[in-house]
Design a protein around this ligand. Structure first.
Ligand code: TLP
Length: 407
């Protein structure tokens, strides 16, 4: 059996098939750096969040039933709440963001159809080609912009000629909001509406992979229903910044959700007494301080503060690619939600191991970048410690000769 793969495809140690630490060279870990036990700050992703005490209580007390028969009152309540919040006809609780996207593609796209999507989107890069393997669809990949958007002219030009029997039939346009590889940029209502207009003019729906949809909502200061309005379907995750242990919700029209429900069953994703999971989602989606949406602003402020501190650290530089196309110092104003992406001058694997030895876990992100994702449980006080650990880890692993990169 081959080595386990990281979320971004790099071989790594760990149980077969299990996602574990990226390219960290543990042999460089100092044997005895600290004598006192230290708490680790884990910024690899916002998926590492744990359910709150209130969620655990609600999960324990949840009223449940057989959801495949539509009889779990807590799942039904979550689906209704999600649909209401995003202004759509119906909702469907699924196990993960990947499954939410997959059932959406299955519900929108016939076998042999084609999906127009960004080359850097999660659907294209990180979902094991479910569009090809399960849906039987091709993807026409477009260049994603540094603001996370697709160019509407590119989208219009990507449509196939339905009268040409050589070509697949364009069946769907998909965007990602917030858009991870651009640094989790939120895409605004107007940009979403522009892409929706092009999709609809071509006679196809628009799907939004909104794994971090509420990060976008909070960063933009808009209502979820306003941002979702131009789209025909949206998947959002409960298990990331909203801190639930598992689950995502797909929303769209009632007929679309009917097809997605059938697709979920086909995939083996029909769960039975899933109310124990949905109960956490209902807590997360409550309004105001009672829920977990508004508090995402705290994660965004922490990320911006972290980026400001890291911009001052010698050896930290622009993440490059679409996260910050200009080389030079890290630009903290690029941070609008909860991701801080950057590159380091030295060897990235050695840097990550040195940071981990000091109690900080970071992610080896694509394009040679490092990702720090802030989330529930990370405090303002942690941010100063993170910046200081990054500075020490860089100092320990810096190259003998500094690379000739303009700062
Ligand atoms: N993203 C994960 C990894 O898979 C990269 C992360 O740590 O960021 N859409 C987007 C934009 C995502 O970022 C993710 C997860 C998903 C979909 C899939 O969600 P899950 O992990 O619940 O299947």
């Amino acid at each position: 059996m081959g080595p386990a793969l990281s979320p971004h495809g790099k071989p790594r140690a760990g149980r077969a098939g299990q996602l574990s630490r990226p390219d960290v060279d543990r042999s460089r870990r100092p044997a005895c750096l600290y004598s006192a036990p230290m708490t680790t700050i884990d910024l690899r992703s916002d998926t590492v969040t744990h359910p709150t005490a209130e969620m655990r209580r609600a999960m324990a007390a949840a009223e449940v039933g057989d959801d495949v028969w539509g009889e779990d009152p807590t799942v039904n309540a979550l689906e209704e709440r999600a649909a209401e919040l995003l202004g759509k006809g119906a909702g469907l609780f699924v196990s993960s963001g990947t499954m939410g996207n997959l059932v959406s593609l299955m519900a929108h796209v016939e076998r042999g159809g084609e999906i127009i999507a960004g080359a850097q989107s999660h659907i294209v890069r990180d979902e094991a080609a479910g569009h090809a393997v399960v849906v039987g669809a091709s993807v026409l990949q477009l260049r994603d912009g540094p603001d996370g958007t697709l160019d509407p002219v590119d989208v219009a030009t990507a449509f196939r000629d339905p009268s040409d029997a050589h070509e697949p039939g364009t069946a769907l346009v998909a965007i990602e909001n917030a858009h991870s590889h651009s640094g989790n940029q939120p895409i605004g209502i107007a940009d979403t509406a522009r892409i929706a207009a092009v999709a609809h003019a071509g006679g196809v729906p628009l799907h939004v992979d909104g794994a971090r949809f509420f990060n976008a909502v909070v960063a933009l200061g808009v209502r979820p229903s306003e941002l979702a309005q131009p789209a025909d379907s949206v998947t959002f995750c409960l298990s990331k910044g909203l801190a639930c242990p598992a689950g995502s919700v797909v929303v769209g029209s009632a007929p679309f959700i009917g097809r997605a429900r059938r697709a979920r069953k086909l995939l083996g994703g029909g769960m039975r007494q899933a109310g124990v999971l949905a109960a956490a989602g209902l807590i997360a989606l409550r309004d105001g301080d009672a829920g977990m949406i508004d508090r995402l602003a705290e994660d965004h402020a922490n990320a911006r503060r972290l980026a400001e501190a890291l911009a001052e650290v010698p050896g930290v530089r622009s993440p490059g690619d679409i996260a910050q196309p200009e080389e030079g110092p890290l630009d903290p104003t690029r941070v609008r939600t909860n991701f801080v992406l950057f590159r380091v001058d030295g060897d990235r694997g050695a840097f990550l191991a040195a940071a981990e030895a000091r109690g900080l876990r970071l992610d080896a992100y694509p394009h040679g970048q490092v990702r720090a994702a802030t989330h529930h449980g990370v405090t303002g006080a942690d941010i100063a410690r993170v910046a200081s650990i990054v500075a020490s880890a860089i100092e320990e692993t810096k190259p003998a000769v500094a690379p000739a990169i303009p700062r």
